[in-house]
Design a protein around this ligand. Structure first.
Ligand SMILES: *Cc1c(COP(=O)(O)O)cnc(C)c1O
Length: 430
């Protein structure tokens, strides 16, 4: 495969951009080699600067749930552009967006728009701290909540990939207010809560983890957290930046039937534009400025172009429940195909999946938390990644990522992915 244009761009990029990329995982460091630079994408396909075609399994880390370049979203954006790009003043679409989000996500009564998932989680813990008058938060090892200081403690995804889970530049004071527990370990949470009685403002988690690879909540885990938070007056925050509008119309909270107090959203909510949101119980959200004393603002928040894309995306998902049945079916077909191939090859690696998210872990252990995810053979994953790329499958370049299916994948694409997976496994196992 010729990727010489990408290689030249990457070489040049490294002179001007730290590591040559604007977000670390893109640099392919975890899998070796040079990242491909993307020129365009349409439907299930993405094209690099050397015109290689790949089938998409990243989908912008989730937002392209309908595939690339969906006509309705393209039209909404080009219509919106005719009326200027930003006003720094309230607009009609923000109201429609807020109303739609509260109707789709079961626990959200009021919502504030921001520009990224990172902003959403930073703001959510601030309002939880203001509301409770407490300082500490609990997060789980391997969960990623964006790059806010408070969350770069045992963070998943990119931070894990580079072995810097605790970033320099985060002060001890901030780090001391973040307590961590192993995912799926209710007992550890109860112990933390008991040892810090009356000091914990919020407990934040990915209700299904995407950022240590795909990891599901054990039976009773989410219920148990809900109970502990109720007993102790702790604000339960579901970070649904990845799972929101993906695992169902109302996210993981609808799928698993547990209502958090606050929810953070991102990725799909912008239809590919930079958008995030946080929302939840009115009695908590009423603490946000200008109604309440907790300050949070944004020059470009609720940006009209971004709202046009996001609103069109959410309206489409709201009106087309068949999106979710199609994604479930695609997920099943893909994972069944992978399992059949492994059986044929005598392999017993772990596949975690839910709906349109999955990760093939190069370990035979069940993956239920961060240590078990880390038992994966990372060099083997790197070889597998490149074997897949060579066969035209564009995957997240780290073992600690989930793949994301879109509705643009037809049976023929799924069969191609299954075939490429089988050949790649055969190649790397030797
Ligand atoms: C991607 C992600 C974030 C961060 O969102 P950005 O838009 O990248 O800032 C936060 N939480 C979760 C669960 C994510 O997957």
């Amino acid at each position: 495969m010729n990727i010489s244009t990408s290689q030249a761009l990457f070489e040049k990029a490294q002179n001007f951009i730290p590591g040559g990329v604007n977000s670390p995982v893109r640099a392919f460091r975890a899998v070796g080699g040079s990242p491909v630079f993307i020129k365009s994408a349409k439907g299930p396909y993405i094209y690099d600067e050397d015109d290689n075609e790949y089938i998409e399994l990243i989908n912008s880390w989730g937002p392209m749930i309908l595939g690339h370049g969906h006509e309705l979203i393209q039209k909404a954006v080009s219509d919106a552009i005719q009326h200027s790009f930003s006003f720094g003043a309230p607009t009609r679409r923000e109201v429609e967006m807020a109303e739609l989000i509260t109707s789709m996500v079961p626990s959200i009564e009021k919502v504030r728009m921001v520009n990224s998932g990172t902003e959403a989680t930073m703001s959510a813990i601030r309002v939880a701290r203001g509301f409770t008058g407490r300082d500490k938060i609990i997060k789980f090892e391997g969960c990623y909540h964006g790059h806010g200081d408070s969350f770069l403690i045992a963070a998943g995804s990119g931070a894990v990939t580079f072995g810097t889970p605790d970033s320099p530049g985060v002060t001890k004071g901030v780090a001391n207010d973040t307590l961590t527990a192993p995912y799926n370990d209710l007992e550890a949470v109860q112990k933390l809560v008991d040892a810090n009685k009356g000091h914990i403002a919020a407990l934040i988690l990915e209700p299904v983890v995407g950022n240590m690879g795909c990891v599901l909540p054990a039976d009773g885990f989410l219920e148990g957290l809900r109970k502990i938070c109720d007993e102790e007056g702790i604000v339960l925050i579901f970070d649904e930046v990845m799972t929101g509008f993906r695992l169902s119309k109302g996210g993981a909270q609808e799928r698993f039937g547990i209502k958090p107090d606050l929810t953070t959203l991102g990725k799909i909510i912008g239809g590919g534009m930079p958008v995030g949101a946080y929302g939840g119980k009115a009695e908590i959200m009423n603490w946000v400025s200008p109604l309440g004393p907790v300050y949070q603002a944004g020059t470009l928040s609720g940006n009209p172009i971004a709202m046009a894309a996001g609103l069109t995306m959410l309206n489409y998902l709201n009106e087309h429940p068949e999106v979710y049945s199609q994604l479930e079916l695609s997920g099943h077909k893909l994972v069944n195909g992978f399992r059949n191939s492994m059986k044929k090859l005598g392999l017993n690696y772990t596949i975690n999946s839910v709906g349109s998210m999955y990760t093939l872990f190069f370990t035979e252990q069940q993956v239920t938390d961060f240590p078990s995810a880390k038992s994966s053979d990372l060099p083997l994953f790197g070889k597998y990644f490149h074997a897949m790329l060579d066969r035209g499958i564009y995957m997240g370049p780290s073992q600690f990522e989930s793949m994301f299916l879109s509705t643009a994948l037809e049976d023929s694409h799924i069969e191609r992915i299954i075939q490429a997976n089988e050949e790649s496994l055969q190649e790397v196992i030797g």
